[in-house]
Ligand binder design. Structure first.
Ligand code: RP5
Length: 164
């Protein structure tokens, strides 16, 4: 089965990017995690993307802050889907990373999710949904997970009604 690469530009991104890994684990997907930087380790980033593709990596999730070129640099080296997670690493609240990640030139797409924790989680769900196109078991796990989420909201609503 295809697996997911979770990449980040710095160790300082891990606290947020761990949310991607938590979702991948819960959905029983195989994954690898690497610190690779578009600017600090450009050759190693390109080499990893190419060899990961040869080893069956189906989707790349890339988290980065500030100038946040990691997702774009990865997308330049693969035809597999790349999902960018903009991170808040400085004074601009992550808007810097979001604009850098989302504004790709035509022909080299990066699917960009929300800044921070919600984006990290959604990157993993989106990767799972992509792989579920050709994996009925995974699709079943995603359906079950959504039903659980709906059930949680319903319980929370009942509890709120009792309090007001
Ligand atoms: C980006 O610069 C990284 O993705 C990180 O979000 C940010 C700051 O990196 P450090 O200086 O904390 O290593 O490339």
């Amino acid at each position: 089965m295809a697996w997911v690469a979770v990449l980040m530009g710095s160790e300082s991104d891990w606290q947020i990017m761990a949310n991607s890994v938590d979702v991948l684990k819960a959905l029983e997907l195989d994954y690898e995690v690497r610190i690779l930087s578009a600017h600090r380790t450009p050759e190693a980033t390109a080499a990893y993307v190419e060899e990961a593709g040869e080893r069956g990596c189906g989707v790349f999730i890339c988290g980065a802050g500030l100038a946040a070129h990691l997702a774009g640099a990865v997308a330049a080296h693969t035809l597999s889907p790349v999902i960018g997670v903009p991170l808040d690493a400085g004074g601009l609240g992550g808007m810097d990373a979001m604009l850098a990640t989302v504004q790709m030139p035509g022909g080299i797409p990066v699917a960009t999710v929300a800044i921070g924790k919600a984006g990290a989680k959604n990157a993993a769900y989106l990767a799972a949904q992509m792989l579920a196109i050709s994996d009925a078991d995974l699709r079943g796990r995603l359906i079950a997970e959504r039903a659980q989420t709906a059930q949680k909201v319903s319980v929370q609503n009942d509890q709120l009604q009792e309090r007001i």
